[in-house]
Write a protein that binds this ligand. Structure first.
Ligand code: DAH
Length: 363
């Protein structure tokens, strides 16, 4: 149709437009419908550029027919202007809308292609939990809190005086051989046990009664194998008051053992020696692994050794200022690793320090 329209316009005289106006309008209407159909069928932006060029480009149809304006008489000019305007407005608008639509389709397609699935499960940080040694320490502290003990703390770097002398272990005493000590200087040591807290707490409390504490913490000895570590943990217990007897000690130890291991467990006290207690006893718990039938765990004895204890030696009381004729007391010391190993069936102490997650996850 473009050709015909051009021919018609070509043949137009400056003031004959009125006669041909209807014909021109019809031809342009036909061309317009053609253009609108093409626009409707556009499927991408590239194609839309062709149409843009065809009608509105430098050599486009609308640009061309506008040139005939110059040929028109002043009277006919506005008429041709209106006819051309009516022709191009709808094409322009439809093309603009279509391009807008195609652009948003393209954007959506791109977004869809780049979509991130936020519903996929993430890597997730694992939440840890307390170390088995902490669990056992906290459990034992709680067991003693229930019966009125408070928790005390001492020093990991300790004076020889508190670690030994105040526990009735004078220099050159052969009992020092029982504990292979790390010396920091002649009279400063890494404490070999939590027992020095006994002396420190009595110094602090004197002359008040009762002294009723448990004291957990790290201790150090030159020992290193599958059941010994150069650093390990103990809990010390001390009860000093009037009328404390050996049966009080026995009762509390039974209470402790049954609270940790279960009501069906028994205890056995064997005579022993510690310089700071008299009498002294080594305490065993009945083996829960074999119900005392005898197994590898209890070396076929039916009993597992768990702690040392005794009645506080009169000299230890005396050194703290208490009169051993008036007050008595008992003390005990247990290894937290040892309890954890028995409670959870751990056969190598080193597992407790390696921090292997496969191990730790089990508690
Ligand atoms: N301190 C001792 C040790 O480490 C354990 C011990 C034994 C503590 C008897 C005590 C006790 O309080 O009465 O081998």
């Amino acid at each position: 149709m473009i050709k015909e329209i051009n021919t018609l316009l070509e043949e137009l005289q400056p003031d004959t437009l009125k006669e041909k106006a209807k014909q021109l309008e019809d031809m342009l209407e036909t061309e317009k419908l053609e253009a609108l159909k093409l626009i409707e069928e556009l499927s991408n932006i590239e194609e839309s550029k062709e149409i843009q060029n065809k009608y509105f480009g430098k050599k486009g149809f609308v640009t061309k027919i506008m040139k005939y304006m110059g040929k028109m008489s002043n009277e006919d000019k506005p008429l041709l202007g209106k006819i051309i305007h009516d022709f191009k407005v709808e094409i322009e608008n439809n093309l603009k809308n279509k391009v807008g639509h195609l652009e948003s389709l393209a954007i959506n397609e791109k977004l869809l292609a780049e979509k991130i699935d936020i519903t996929l499960p993430g890597k997730g940080g694992k939440i840890g939990h307390k170390h088995p040694l902490t669990l056992v320490e906290e459990e034992i502290k709680e067991i003693f809190r229930r019966i009125g003990f408070t928790v005390a703390e001492g020093y990991e770097i300790e004076e020889d005086y508190f670690n030994f002398e105040r526990l009735n272990i004078p220099k050159e005493h052969p009992a020092r051989e029982m504990q292979d000590t790390f010396y920091l200087s002649e009279d400063i040591v890494l404490r070999t046990h939590t027992s020095p807290v006994q002396a420190r707490i009595m110094d602090k409390m004197h002359p008040q009664l009762p002294v009723k504490i448990v004291a957990p913490g790290k201790v150090f000895r030159r020992d290193d194998d599958s059941t010994h570590s150069p650093m390990f943990h103990q809990i010390e217990g001390l009860l000093v008051d009037k009328n404390i007897t050996f049966s009080d000690l026995k009762g509390i130890l039974l209470y402790l053992v049954q609270a940790i291991f279960g009501k069906d467990r028994k205890i056995r006290l064997r005579p022993s020696y510690f310089p700071f207690t008299e009498p002294s006893a080594e305490v065993d718990v009945s083996c829960g692994n074999c119900n005392q039938e005898g197994c590898r765990m209890c070396s076929y004895t039916g009993w597992l050794e768990i702690l040392g204890s005794g009645m506080v030696h009169p000299r230890v009381l005396e050194m703290a200022g208490y009169d051993p004729e008036e007050v008595t007391g008992f003390a005990f010391g247990l290894g937290i690793e040892r309890i954890a190993m028995l409670k959870y069936g751990i056969d190598d102490i080193r597992l407790l320090y390696e921090n292997d997650q496969r191990f730790l996850e089990q508690f």
